[in-house]
Design a protein around this ligand. Structure first.
Ligand SMILES: [Zn+2]
Length: 117
């Protein structure tokens, strides 16, 4: 699988139902979010694109204040074992259980959003 094929599979999963795609290495069982055509841990190209349940817990977070607006931004650790940066829709604390969704903004960009469950 080359990177274009991986991007196409990511795009399909996101646009089907806002699920979070990820990559699983069939050689060492590592999981990771960012699209790559080989495993960053063992170098194998025996990888596949998977669909995450979106269920995870808050790993870390911060609040950003700017001109009267507030964003809560941080990292979620998914139950499949990888981490992803997200925007949170509400106040959270480390360890809270959340559901992550990927919302397309336009043809190229999307937002990764986590809400408490
Ligand atoms: Zn691997």
């Amino acid at each position: 699988m080359n990177l274009d094929e991986i991007y196409a599979k990511y795009d399909k999963i996101i646009r089907e139902d806002s699920s979070l795609p990820y990559i699983k290495c069939n050689n060492c069982n590592s999981t990771f979010f960012y699209p790559r055509h080989f495993c960053p841990k063992c170098g194998s190209n025996n990888i596949e694109v998977m669909r995450s349940s979106g269920i995870g817990k808050v790993f870390s977070w911060t609040k950003i204040y700017r001109k009267g607006d507030k964003w809560i931004y941080g990292i979620v650790e998914l139950e499949e074992g990888f981490k992803v940066y997200c925007n949170f829709t509400e106040d959270i604390k480390i360890g809270d259980k959340v559901k992550v969704k990927v919302v397309p903004k336009d043809d190229r960009y999307y937002s990764i959003i986590a809400s408490k469950i």
